[in-house]
Unconditional design. Sequence first.
Length: 446
Amino acid sequence: ETINLNIEKALGKGAKEQLLSAAPKAEDAIKTLHKGNGKGNDFLGWLHLPSSISETELSDIEAAAKQLKDRCEIVVAIGIGGSYLGAKAVLEALSNTFIQMQTKQSAPLVLFAGQNIGEDYLYELQHILQNRQFGLINISKSGTTTEPALAFRLLKKQLEDQVGKNEAKNRIIAITDASKGALRKLADKEGYKTFIIPDNVGGRFSVLTPVGLLPIAVAGYDIRQLVKGAVAMENKCGENVPFTENPAAVYAATRNILYKAGKKIEILVNFNPKLHFFAEWWKQLYGESEGKDHLGIYPASVDFTTDLHSMGQWIQDGERTIFETVLSVKKMKYKVEIPADEENLDGLNFLAGKRVDEVNKMAELGTQIAHVDGGVPNLKIEIPEITEYYLGQLIYFFEKACGISGYILGVNPFDQPGVEAYKKNMFALLGKPGYEAETKAIKAKL
Ligand code: PA5
């Protein structure tokens, strides 16, 4: 079984014709991706990544995960952007929502740091790590990103103070470039176990490298199933699959048709709170890949039914510049039945004997009808259930569609020049050596 893209409610009248006329551009984009002769073509390592992960690589990751599992109750994965969101998305989707309240853990609890510069966040993290057996996975492709470097400096010191420098080395794993960057230098100098992020895989496309796979394995999830799912999708969205049968091509084409028709915002919707961070990963993937040259759909997200009581009003009735892509999960992992109540004071006996998910599914259907009636095109991605295997499919599906979509739009989906502006200003304001001229210039603006 595979995830399924349903666009019946996306394009309205003349849907078939619209799609067919968009097909050649999508097909060209696929050809360009596979030939490797388009913009950003030195970052196409993700394209055949799932099918090229070797047994040795997987066992090496599993062995490193075991080393941390054997020693730690908590492992902090340090990273930001693409070095953070993939693992966070998969772990939130697979884990018990209340995992942090559970006293008995079968695998280390994976926490995150380096994804912000919150002083209180770091203080509180340091506080809960006191007197706990913890380890660190430090992830930075460039090896020079400020946020994770700062968090690592703090937590490395804490770990060394708690267990000594020698034992700390057994509990720190670095994932970075093969030769460049401060983290590579530091890891080599300290003698940490390291994993390499391939040169040709950009951060936001790196969840199926050790960047995502190691934290996911540490938390006790099956990375082989995740990769297997991605391989299945790599085949389903392959170069020679006809356009209408290639879900990544159809998704990319549909969202670009909508964009051209004035739908400038795509809202990724879930009806399952476990997918909240999957949407965060998706937002980075599409936002950072397409938002450039003053172009690009703005990727937004909502959690329903929660946000039906907040953003629902805007979506139903606000400016008609949006469309929705719904992540629809067919089968729940657990069963909760609604009990009958003799007095029926809450008036809910009409639901007695039904599963909670039946109510959720009717909320989903009702919302779809209401939003389509209200002028919001609706795409649906049906996911059989939330497992490693289907998450792997979903990840590759969105990556492939992102590459295609970026090329349809005409941008380089694999760079992120806009991210540098804030860094330059921050360094200038902080007086980083080498930024003297920028410091002077920015101070004049204040
Ligand atoms: O997708 C990207 O390239 C970025 O979001 C990076 O992942 C992010 O900036 C972190 O970079 P690095 O891994 O070099 O620390």
